[in-house]
Ligand binder design. Structure first.
Ligand SMILES: Cc1cc2nc3c(=O)[nH]c(=O)nc-3n(C[C@H](O)[C@H](O)[C@H](O)COP(=O)(O)O)c2cc1C
Length: 207
């Protein structure tokens, strides 16, 4: 039975958030197509993501060096590892995230700083790296104030999709699909929302 992890990084409420409208279309279609699938939602604006401050980095590096972790460092590592294990327990990923400042919302970047861990989500092998989440599909459900479709003047500014593609690829995830509501803030937005909803439904049926 498929286990999907929904990583929600759109802080505005259902009915208000344009990104969540795309997500709602996806999940309606997905539940219809796969009624037995499990869906876990991780709301990144509510989750107690462990800080990757000096203590967080110490925990990361000591774990990576296979050193013994004690006290506060061990405690911080345990918090980090809970998120890593939740990520690894899924076999499909859906990211619901608007474009913010040409990239992803900061809580989603924070999440990657927590879960990208040597020996758990990737490993070093003979001078190279191997992603340990290979073979799992991922999808981005998004909305963006401007239109970033190929050929549009804003297209070169899109750091959101290339970043996600790179970091997921690093974890071995190469099946990366996108449904995007482009140009939420300009004329003709309703038609572009309808397009994104269709895209999201089609994506869900083959996910
Ligand atoms: C903090 C912040 C930064 C944003 N940065 C961009 C941006 O760089 N490019 C863009 O096209 N739209 C940007 N927007 C607009 C949002 O991408 C757009 O309004 C989107 O539909 C918001 O999604 P939501 O309705 O789910 O909150 C930004 C919005 C916010 C709140």
């Amino acid at each position: 039975m498929a286990k999907l992890l929904h990583i929600l990084a759109a802080p505005r409420a259902d009915g208000v958030s344009r990104t969540r409208k795309v997500a709602a279309a996806f999940f309606d279609a997905y539940r219809q197509a796969q009624p037995n699938a499990t869906i876990d939602t991780l709301d990144l604006f509510a989750a107690p993501l462990p800080e990757m401050d000096a203590l967080g980095v110490e925990a990361k590096l000591k774990h990576q060096a296979a050193e013994e972790l004690q006290g506060a460092v061990a405690q911080r590592w345990a918090e980090i590892e809970r998120f890593v294990q939740q990520f690894l327990a899924a076999d499909k990923y859906v990211f619901t995230a608007p474009m913010w400042n040409f990239g992803i919302p900061y809580r989603l970047k924070h999440y990657f700083d927590v879960i990208v861990q040597a020996g758990l989500t990737f490993r070093f092998v003979s001078g190279s790296v191997e992603g340990l989440a290979a073979g799992r599909p991922a999808a981005l459900l998004t909305s963006r104030g401007a239109d970033y479709r190929p050929g549009s003047p804003f297209a070169p500014f899109n750091q959101q999709e290339p970043y996600l593609k790179a970091i997921l690829g690093f974890l071995g995830i190469t099946d990366f699909r996108v449904a995007a509501f482009e140009g939420t803030d300009s004329h003709g937005a309703e038609e572009r929302l309808a397009l994104a909803v269709e895209q999201a439904r089609a994506l869900a049926r083959s996910f």
